[in-house]
Design a protein around this ligand. Structure first.
Ligand SMILES: [Zn+2]
Ligand SMILES: [Zn+2]
Length: 334
């Protein structure tokens, strides 16, 4: 069942009704300061209390919940074609950064690229509010190693659909980045900075969206947009839709679809998920052979990320794309 990993509201250290109305003790104040600091600097997370490690930290979850609530503001800011176009373009570019780079490059090293291109796509990936590249890759490698066992942080079969979709990453244990899983990425200081200050890039994108709207309102008022409208559509709506599309691969792609390969996990191939995630829906293919840059193994298995990577390869921006080996094709059913 949903939230099966015990999501009872954690009581802040020692807070009880008797203390209400009294000044906050120093150690409690420092606990709050440390918690809030961790919103902006992930290195502030120094230890995890084992008792609370696997429960949702509701204080830390408030920005995530607020992002969803912010979308309701479409009622007040209205909509315009240009706001929808910007929102869709940001969805597409950022989905490609997540699938092509956070996933197929940083997590699985299925091709090579220059340090500059690596950084640019890490930066775009960081704007998706899915944390930094080290955090993302570390958790994803762990998922592959233990898929659909109790050690898999987001198995829908072990922990339920809602937990796999929106619960697991809001726990203190999963806020942390286990650097030992990503030593190859941790050697780049610029990636460590993106990982440490993982709210910085999203905030910059949100501010940019607001000023883009203000600018368009002044120079092209006929477009019918504004700072608030562009902020809500370009940042909040686009990011929330992008988020839910991405995590369907954790939740739905381990439940619904067909299985071409007998893998130990319950991964599935699903055309609909492949369309919204630019190719990641061929998840059973991917779990069977994660070492390929391509996840649609047949010509008809639409894999937009793969087409994008082929284009980047033709332009000389990436190289060494790893193909699907002949022995994998030979093992395929259908
Ligand atoms: Zn999976
Ligand atoms: Zn993967």
């Amino acid at each position: 069942m949903a939230f099966s990993k015990s999501v009872s509201m954690p009581c802040p250290d020692g807070v009880d009704s008797k203390s209400l109305g009294r000044p906050m003790p120093t150690e409690k104040r420092s606990w709050v300061v440390r918690q809030l600091r961790a919103w902006f600097d992930t290195s502030a997370i120094v230890s995890v209390d084992d008792e609370r490690a696997d429960r949702i930290d509701w204080l830390r979850a408030t920005p995530f919940i607020a992002m969803h609530l912010a979308c309701i503001a479409v009622i007040w800011v209205g909509v315009s074609p240009v706001a929808l176009i910007v929102a869709a373009a940001l969805y597409a570019v950022r989905m490609f950064a997540i699938t092509g780079f956070y996933h197929r490059y940083f997590s699985h090293r299925t091709f090579r690229t220059s340090r500059a291109v690596q950084f640019i796509f890490a930066l775009i990936g960081a704007s998706c509010v899915q944390r930094g590249p080290l955090w993302w890759a570390a958790h994803h490698r762990h998922h592959h190693r233990h898929a659909d066992t109790e050690l898999d942080p987001h198995s829908p079969n072990v922990y339920g659909f809602i937990w796999s979709h929106v619960g697991w990453f809001l726990t203190p244990r999963n806020f942390q980045t286990d650097i030992s899983r990503v030593p190859d990425l941790a050697k780049f200081p610029e990636l460590r900075v993106l990982d440490r200050y993982d709210t910085l890039v999203p905030v910059l994108l949100a501010v940019s969206m607001y000023f883009l709207g203000v600018l368009l309102h002044h120079v092209a008022p006929q477009l019918g947009t504004s700072g608030g409208q562009m902020l809500i559509w370009g940042f909040f709506v686009s990011t929330v839709v992008l988020f839910h599309a991405t995590v369907t691969i954790n939740s739905l792609a381990h439940r619904f679809g067909s299985r071409r390969f007998e893998t130990k996990d319950s991964s599935r191939n699903n055309l609909w998920l492949a369309l919204i995630t630019f190719g990641e829906g061929w998840h059973n293919n991917h779990h069977y052979f994660p070492g390929s840059s391509r996840q649609g193994f047949r010509w008809w298995e639409i894999d937009i990320t793969w087409y994008g990577l082929k284009l980047m390869s033709a332009l000389g921006l990436v190289h060494g794309l790893k193909p699907v080996p002949a022995w994998v094709h030979a093992k395929a059913r259908g």
